[in-house]
Ligand binder design. Structure first.
Ligand code: ZN
Length: 132
């Protein structure tokens, strides 16, 4: 794993949170993007070498809607940048981690992404992402 690529934060209202994080970070988000497959709208802020990804549910059965109703807003996942996502999947499987989607899918920000189940990672939803 190369670095922390971004932190994902579940928010109830993307517009309000864009304003909040603009105040917090002292800069504007650099893009917004919908990921239809995941039922999310995202917004990205660059912070040095890494990013903050705000996630708002775009439909009721979105994983973000479920997360917020169970746990409230807050840190949703941590994403690591990897060189070879397929090799990392094999490596982590052999180490006993539970992969949620063994076939990488299209994530926001032009990435291939895979998630690890929180029950195999001390309760933290881990995302691996590789630049396409
Ligand atoms: Zn993410």
């Amino acid at each position: 794993m190369k670095k922390i690529e971004h932190l994902g934060i579940a928010v109830a209202d993307l517009k309000k949170s864009n304003e909040l994080f603009k105040k917090l970070l002292g800069k504007e988000h650099y893009k917004e993007e919908a990921v239809e497959g995941e039922g999310v709208k995202t917004s990205f802020f660059q912070v040095g070498d890494t990013k903050i990804e705000l996630l708002e549910a775009s439909r009721e059965d979105s994983p973000i809607a479920k997360f917020i109703s169970k746990k409230s807003e807050g840190i949703h996942h941590i994403a690591f940048d990897v060189q070879d996502i397929y090799a990392e999947i094999e490596r982590l499987k052999s180490e006993g981690f539970e992969i949620l989607n063994e076939v990488p899918k299209e994530g926001a920000d032009n990435k291939l992404v895979v998630f690890l189940h929180p029950r195999s990672t001390n309760g933290v939803l881990v995302e691996l992402c590789q630049e396409r």
